[in-house]
Design a protein around this ligand. Structure first.
Ligand code: ADP
Ligand code: ZN
Length: 716
């Protein structure tokens, strides 16, 4: 059986995702492997599929019982024999399991790491007597104290390679920066491992950060739009989870709290209720979620600031595992940041404190971004990303920010030259080099006269108002107000501070993410009812029977018989056999009632889509097109009614991606000097570079070389 056939037969999927196929092939060749894939990316298949193809047993190490139970249920429902050792089993049950293992009747065995080596059970010695084909280590970052979720018991796993020197090991994690990654490899002693890093982009998750003001009201408004959806709401403290859950219940929502301080029974009960869609909302500390496989979580809300990007990304990653559009909403306040800072220090460990504070700092930066949040997240995980994802709050807002440093510098120096004694209209006319007699002759001799001619009057007015709002300027005096500089402005003039300005008019239509064609909503609810019945009979959560995505496909393509049902993603052999008839009947009934027929022919047997190529936004591409057509920067600026600076910024982006050669923008003879200057002074601030390089070098040229160097850094 090929891997594709196995994927279809056991899991009902038509194609591999991300790098699943390469990973699986690598394992089948018995090689050690490290897999980095985002939550919901599809890590499980990477060892579950080899497990069914290998003759012997696959041992899966996983930190949480809840996760194991879920996975074991899901595997058994797909007709794959899986089991786990657990303290709630009695002797009899354990003996039975041991017998099944001896008889090679189990394909996957799930274990917590401490069980493996604990002195009383010495499970490792027993496992050595079995035919073990593969060892999988889930949540592998737990082995590293550089990561954000260090678990000392994971350190014992170093012993695995000694006990099983010739058995391939696959380590999997959803979050690992470079140091953690290396640490995993070192600590586990992997032999010559292949490393697979998938795109961390969760394209179906929409990221949003809102100011933490009246957050409860904001939350209610948000929840109102998600009445039928399941979601997780994270709070920092145990107490606040209970309070918020109670408040939500008051408002008529089925919500439950979850935190490590609750007794086992309550925790299990609340978690089960959530998994089984009996309650829609779980209000939890971060103790909740690891090991939650629920695929139809539609939103994740953070009421408080997370401690680091890793945690935030993992928590938000619990939304939308089924690939359907999902929301991540975070409420941010500076106060939260200060509070966490006090907790971030690890007593007596300077190094560790430094790491934690740095991670917190990155988290705060994320909240304060004026640029694409997805890009920031992906770059955090060392991945390239386009500047505009079209699906985060920054990209979706009509506000486009531009680097306004030079604009502000021009304005501020003009105001200074005019001794802070003139009003807005005069300053603008002066900047634009107006020939009007109103401008004094002495002023026409100044160097700053006319330096802002490339920007329209209306644009200048808008920039000035915005710079006032940002406290760089004020307008003072009555009845003839004049523009005065505030202290912050001098930092900009010295090139020590960057200024962001708003570009108001939206110049391009945004692509909204396209998902499935229209579906039959009535049928979808019917299918959910069928699924719920089956789940209750089988005593498992509904999503283990079939995912929402599978139901949605059925409600879209209306399969009329077994063969058509087989083409729906998510129906493996066993599920088709066990439950196919019930779903088929529901679809056929519905179609009869509404006089519909099958639409299965519209379903293209396409593979899951690959990682998106970085894409730039429309306004940038437009500049590129004109540039490629031979127009100069000034001409493009004039044609598009944008400032030359904006065009330079657009084109620089393409220098970075390699679509424009740097020599198209900069005389090649000048490149070495600019490169030298950047290497000596850094590229963060342009003004000092310009000063060093002198008048022969323009800002545009410096920017282009900077972009070119950045592009070389990021492409391997
Ligand atoms: P992870 O462990 O990486 O968080 P999972 O292994 O739980 O993710 O997979 C997330 C979801 O994606 C599951 O519902 C899984 O069944 C589904 N899935 C995984 N691989 C595929 C695939 N090749 N095609 C369709 N769905 C898949
Ligand atoms: Zn974005």
């Amino acid at each position: 059986m090929t891997t594709h056939q196995a994927l279809h037969k056991y899991f009902g999927y038509n194609g591999f995702r991300h790098e699943q196929e390469a990973i699986i092939n690598n394992i089948i060749q018995q090689k050690d492997t490290l897999v980095l894939m985002p939550t919901g990316g599809g890590k499980s298949i990477c060892y579950q599929l080899p497990a069914v193809m290998f003759d012997g047993l696959t041992v899966v190490i996983s930190p949480l019982i809840a996760l194991m139970k879920d996975q074991v249920d899901a595997l058994n429902i797909n007709g794959i024999k899986a089991a786990f050792f657990n303290s709630s089993q009695n002797d009899n049950e354990q003996q039975q399991l041991i017998q099944q293992l001896r008889n090679n009747q189990i394909k996957l065995l799930y274990l917590a790491p401490e069980r493996l080596f604990s002195s009383e059970s010495r499970l490792i010695d027993f496992l050595k007597t079995l035919q073990v084909s593969l060892i999988a280590i889930d949540e592998a970052h737990c082995i590293s104290h550089w990561g954000h979720d260090f678990r000392p018991e994971y350190l014992m796993l170093a012993g695995l390679k000694i006990a099983f020197p010739n058995i391939p090991v696959i380590a999997l994690t959803a979050t690992a920066d470079k140091i953690t990654r290396q640490d995993i490899l070192d600590k586990l002693n992997l032999h010559n491992p292949a490393i697979f890093i998938s795109s961390f982009d969760r394209h179906n998750i929409n990221y949003r950060v809102a100011p933490k003001k009246k957050s409860f009201d904001q939350l209610l408004r948000f929840l109102d739009e998600h009445r039928d959806d399941s979601g997780i709401i994270y709070c920092l403290s145990r107490q606040s989870t209970e309070n918020l859950a109670a408040d939500l219940v008051q408002q008529g929502y089925a919500a439950r709290a979850y935190h490590a301080g609750l007794d086992r029974a309550t925790k299990d009960k609340n978690q089960e209720a959530f998994l089984r869609d009996e309650v829609k909302i779980i209000v939890a500390t971060i103790a909740f979620g690891m090991g939650i496989n629920k695929s139809n979580v539609r939103y994740v809300v953070h009421m408080d600031l997370p401690k680091n990007i890793e945690g935030y990304y993992q928590e938000t990653g619990r939304a939308g595992r089924d690939g359907l559009p999902s929301q991540a909403l975070l409420f941010f306040s500076q106060g939260d940041a200060e509070k966490l800072k006090r907790f971030a220090r690890v007593e007596g460990n300077e190094e560790q404190s430094r790491i934690m504070l740095k991670k917190l700092d990155d988290m705060v930066r994320f909240c304060q971004l004026q640029t694409c949040r997805r890009q920031f997240l992906l770059r955090y995980f060392d991945e390239q990303a386009p500047a505009d994802c079209g699906a985060c709050d920054v990209c979706l807002s009509d506000i486009e920010k531009i680097d306004g440093t030079i604009i502000a510098q021009k304005l501020f120096s003009a105001i200074a030259r005019l001794n802070e004694s003139f009003g807005m209209t005069y300053v603008i006319d002066f900047l634009r080099g107006s020939q009007s007699e109103k401008i004094r002759d002495a002023h026409k001799q100044l160097k700053t006269y006319g330096i802002g001619a490339d920007i329209s009057k209306a644009e200048w007015q808008q920039y000035i108002r915005e710079l006032m709002a940002q406290d760089y300027l004020q307008s003072e005096g009555d009845p003839y107000p004049v523009l005065k500089l505030l202290p912050k402005a001098s930092l900009v003039l010295k090139g020590q501070q960057q200024v962001l300005l708003t570009k108001t008019q939206v110049l391009h239509e945004r692509e909204t993410p396209q998902f499935a064609p229209p579906y039959e909503a009535g049928l979808l609810s019917e299918l959910k009812r069928v699924r719920m019945n089956i789940a209750m009979n089988e005593d498992v959560p509904a999503y283990i029977i079939l995912s929402d995505a599978t139901l949605l496909e059925m409600a879209t393509y209306l399969p009329q018989n077994k063969a058509e049902l087989r083409q729906i993603s998510g129906f493996g052999d066993v599920k088709l056999e066990r439950y196919g008839a019930q779903f088929e009947a529901a679809v056929v009934d519905y179609c009869k009632q509404f006089n519909l027929t099958s639409r299965i022919s519209q379903k293209s047997p396409k593979r899951e889509r690959k990682v998106k190529a970085p894409r730039s936004n429309g306004t940038q591409s437009e500049s590129l097109t004109l540039f490629k057509a031979g127009l100069s920067i000034a001409e493009i600026a004039a044609t598009r009614n944008l400032s030359p600076m904006t065009i330079e910024a657009h084109l620089s982006n393409f220098v970075k991606t390699g679509e424009i050669d740097v020599s198209e923008l900069v005389d090649p003879a000048k490149i070495p000097a600019i490169k030298d200057a950047i290497e000596s002074y850094g590229a963060e601030r342009l003004a000092p570079l310009k000063e060093v390089l002198g008048d022969d070098y323009s800002y545009a040229e410096i920017k282009a070389v900077t972009a070119w160097l950045e592009g070389m850094k990021t492409t391997p």
